[in-house]
Write a protein that binds this ligand. Structure first.
Ligand code: XIL
Length: 411
């Protein structure tokens, strides 16, 4: 007969970490660090309670913010229950593969002279039919390039190829796009250039001005879309992230000084649950500097890898949720922040299962919904961040989300 023990959640949590130390799964230092992450500012263990009711997109919209997620044609088209949950929670869709040159099993660019818009058209129609904003990711990147790229593109034809790609792809969806990630991940300090630029084929064939060219062609192809520069590794109080924040700010300053039509910075925000070096003040200062250039800020690929966290899902979920909450409470303090997009909605389809699998083989638990499409504490953390965020532009403010004062602890 199972002995009923009246222990508090706090005790259960401590027991969780304590038991893991006893079992040797955690060092004492790791347990201390992880337990601190789960506490709020005055050392109380966070309960992640959230007012019942509204979805993530409704809570975001109540503050004039956008919430959305990346997803794939294969997942939305084959699973009606998932598609329904996506539409319920999200106000924006980012096709994870369908607007890349070539990603997963999708080939937008079968040959140097052809385009296959079948999947992208389906995603654009899905967004239209469900009143979702649509974001294109990404027009210019050094990854997800088609098989013919390396043997075809050279100094002579690179500009014509790049211009034609952007004109054709962005031009095919003019007026349908909320935003485009025009250039993705162009900074890599370990490539040791004075301008911090990553050594990509685009840089090799076109020089540093390929970035400005891409934005100008995109602005001409779709004057209505918000055009942003997208990058990762800008989040933590580490020497590498600090240096990259400085390099990205310098790039944005250079682009703006030349009148480049760049409208926002995309923070990919691929966070790590076991990373303790987060400094909200430093992140807020960086975002303020970006906003001072007249740029908006979008969190574009938010997720929290749990690969180095204990297997215990009760502990893991709390640490992941704390990472979401701490990061977003800093970002959403910045008035120029206009939205938060997670790189996926459900653990069932996260790219992290391949990109950052757990050594113990346990399914990753990085996103707001679990693999059964149930809300997790990560969902609570996003909901609390939106509920606590300052209201944005008054005209965007929709009916304030009226909680029924009945807080609903998510078990
Ligand atoms: C990734 C997708 O999630 C994968 O499914 C795909 O195979 C490769 O691209 N940073 C980015 C995104 O800018 O485009 C990446 O998306 C994830 C990391």
């Amino acid at each position: 007969m199972h002995k009923t023990c009246f222990i508090t959640r706090r005790r259960a949590l401590w027991l969780g970490l304590g038991a893991l130390v006893t079992a040797g799964d955690l060092t004492r230092d790791m347990a201390k660090c992880l337990s601190q992450k789960i506490q709020d500012m005055d050392g109380q263990e966070r309960d992640f309670k959230v007012a019942r009711g509204a979805s993530l997109k409704e809570r975001a919209a109540a503050k004039g913010l956008i919430y959305g997620a990346a997803s794939r044609y294969d997942d939305l088209s084959s699973n009606a229950e998932f598609a329904d949950r996506f539409v319920e929670e999200c106000g924006l869709l980012v096709p994870e593969w369908e607007f890349k040159w070539s990603a997963g099993n999708k080939l937008l660019r079968p040959t140097p002279d052809s385009f296959n818009f079948t999947a992208a058209d389906w995603m654009a129609k899905f967004a239209r039919n469900h009143n979702l904003l649509l974001q294109g990711q990404t027009l210019v990147w050094h990854e997800s390039l088609p098989p013919w790229f390396e043997d075809t593109v050279n100094r002579k034809n690179a500009e014509q190829l790049l211009v034609k790609h952007i004109e054709t792809v962005a031009g095919s969806y003019t007026g349908q796009m909320h935003s485009w990630a025009v250039v993705n991940e162009a900074i890599k300090l370990s490539d040791r250039r004075s301008d911090g630029l990553r050594k990509t084929p685009w840089l090799e064939f076109l020089g540093p001005d390929y970035i400005e060219l891409a934005f100008r062609v995109a602005a001409s192809a779709d004057p209505q879309a918000l055009l942003f520069y997208n990058d990762f590794g800008l989040d933590y109080d580490t020497p590498a992230d600090e240096a990259k924040r400085t390099a990205v700010l310098r790039l944005l300053e250079r682009l703006k000084s030349r009148g480049t039509p760049v409208h926002a910075l995309g923070l990919q925000a691929h966070l790590s649950g076991d990373e303790s070096r987060f400094n909200a003040r430093k992140l807020r200062n960086f975002l303020h500097d970006v906003a001072s250039l007249g740029l908006k800020i979008l969190v574009t690929e938010l997720d929290v890898t749990d690969k180095n966290l204990p297997e215990n899902t009760g502990v893991r979920d709390r640490i992941v949720a704390a990472a979401y909450e701490d990061y977003l409470s800093a970002v959403l303090d910045e008035p120029a922040a206009i939205g938060v997009l997670t790189w996926g909605l459900s653990d069932r389809y996260t790219w992290l299962s391949e990109f950052a699998p757990r050594a113990d083989g346990a399914p990753v638990r990085s996103l707001p919904l679990d693999a059964e499409l149930k809300r997790k504490l990560a969902w609570n953390a996003l909901a609390r961040a939106f509920d606590r965020a300052p209201v944005r532009d008054a005209h965007l403010k929709v009916k304030e989300h009226k909680s029924d004062n009945k807080s609903d602890f998510f078990v």
